[in-house]
Write a protein that binds this ligand. Structure first.
Ligand SMILES: [Zn+2]
Length: 90
């Protein structure tokens, strides 16, 4: 059987719930220490979550606890502040 569609890895934004190609989303990873950071190269090991590169989704995902839920941890206020700062670039 021949497939005409190319396989594209799709991921869901933790904030808005939109499903998008993986490369259009930003990956966040929960490290073993429990610290969450932006995984620029998508190469880090650990439980990952995805967010749209938009200020809206970063604020929603971080401030409303969606990211905590997806990563199954409670992100510390320090960690959230740091991530929000990085979200300023989007
Ligand atoms: Zn989103």
């Amino acid at each position: 059987m021949k497939s005409t569609s190319k396989h594209i890895a799709m991921r869901t934004c933790a904030a808005c719930g939109e499903v998008k190609p993986k490369r259009e989303l930003v990956r966040l990873v929960r490290l073993e220490s429990g610290w969450v950071e932006v995984d620029i190269d998508s190469k880090k090991n650990g439980r990952g979550a995805y967010l749209c590169p938009s200020r809206e989704c970063w604020e929603k995902g971080l401030k409303h606890g969606q990211l905590d839920r997806v990563l199954r941890i409670t992100i510390t206020p320090d960690n959230k502040a740091q991530l929000l700062e990085q979200g300023n670039n989007y």
